[in-house]
Ligand binder design. Structure first.
Ligand SMILES: C[S@@+](CC[C@H](N)C(=O)[O-])C[C@H]1O[C@@H](n2cnc3c(N)ncnc32)[C@H](O)[C@@H]1O
Length: 243
């Protein structure tokens, strides 16, 4: 079962608050280029592309052809990337051996049948093509600043797949892990800005908290923003690469 439904309300909150500014994307530009084929004409899948942030960025940065697949009509409707394809990770609407790489950003915890997803990526990727997974994994949520104010959300992350679980699913169809890199990003220019634009609906771990824990977290975050309003918000997520 899906953790959350990407309907009009969640899609609107996501579109309004989860886009990273160029500063935040810069560290990912370098990290992705270390692993993804970026030569002109390479065909790259953005799986669970959401509102198209990464498809747009990859297209601009690397001159690659991006195929953006996203199941939610509400997310596709808000996409800044024009060519969104409806589809699910477990049954990709793509030909065999037609891709030079795949990118999954904050999607892996929404995919309950990881072996089925790994098998679809094995089918659609050319031999040796990489899968890049940007995520918070179980046991590795310490780099997310929101969890300072919402510590109970870290327990939600413990229900996400671990690196070992993801690797086991992909190893089952012939992939092997080649890198695990923590990548820091600037998520907001200031803590005040982050507190002002926080939308619960845009963050799966906050949606799954109970209301009292969420309300306490908001008070903690606002109090911290009052003390250090100009502190930039830096979060560190993992990049897991398999080939
Ligand atoms: C947190 S959003 C991330 C969106 C985008 N990748 C980003 O980083 O901005 C998670 C996305 O995963 C998508 N998703 C959920 N279940 C999926 C599935 N079975 N196959 C592909 N995408 C899925 C959701 O519709 C949603 O757009």
């Amino acid at each position: 079962m899906a953790r959350i439904v990407y309907d009009d309300r969640t899609a609107a909150a996501f579109a309004a608050t989860r886009h990273l500014a160029p500063d935040g994307l810069a560290s990912w530009r370098a990290a992705v280029a270390r692993h993804l084929p970026t030569t002109a004409g390479a065909r790259v899948l953005d799986l669970g592309a959401g509102t198209g942030t990464w498809a747009t960025a990859f297209h601009a940065w690397y001159d690659v052809d991006v195929v953006a697949v996203e199941p939610s009509a509400a997310m596709r409707a808000r996409s800044g990337y024009p060519e969104m394809v409806g589809g699910r990770a477990e049954a990709l609407p793509l030909a065999a051996a037609s891709l030079d790489g795949a990118w999954l950003s904050t999607v892996i915890h929404h995919l309950p049948d990881l072996p089925a997803v790994a098998a679809e990526l094995r089918r659609t990727l050319r031999h040796g093509a990489p899968v890049l997974i940007r995520s918070v994994f179980a046991g590795r949520g310490g780099g997310i600043s929101l969890f300072r104010w919402f510590p109970e959300a870290l327990w939600v992350v413990e229900s996400y797949p671990s690196v070992a679980e993801v690797c086991a699913a992909f190893e089952g169809v012939g992939f092997a892990p080649v890198a695990l890199e923590p990548v820091p990003q600037v998520s907001a220019a200031s803590l005040r800005e982050a507190a002002d634009r926080l939308r619960r609906l845009a963050h799966t771990p906050l949606l799954l908290l109970d209301d009292a824990d969420y309300a306490r977290g908001v008070r903690r975050m606002r109090a911290a923003a009052g003390r250090t309003p100009d502190a930039p918000v830096v979060d560190t997520m993992d990049l897991l690469v398999l080939r």
